[in-house]
Design a protein around this ligand. Structure first.
Ligand SMILES: [Zn+2]
Length: 61
């Protein structure tokens, strides 16, 4: 699966989501276009949901 939702700010190339550089001109992506940041955010969201879920489950005890 390839997501090409980002455009390179230097050459306008439609970039794949994976990788930290443009596939054509190899310019560095912006931070929000890099997968690592989104994986970190996703992990944080899952942790928050788990903590929130545990609190909800234990609230009635
Ligand atoms: Zn580029």
């Amino acid at each position: 699966m390839t997501l090409r939702v980002f455009h390179c700010k230097d050459c306008g190339h439609h970039m794949r989501f994976a990788g930290n550089h443009c596939g054509r001109c190899y310019a560095k992506k912006d931070a929000f276009q890099r997968p690592g940041l989104w994986y970190a955010l996703l992990a944080l969201l899952i942790i928050l949901l788990l903590v929130g879920g545990l609190r909800y489950l234990t609230a009635g005890l």
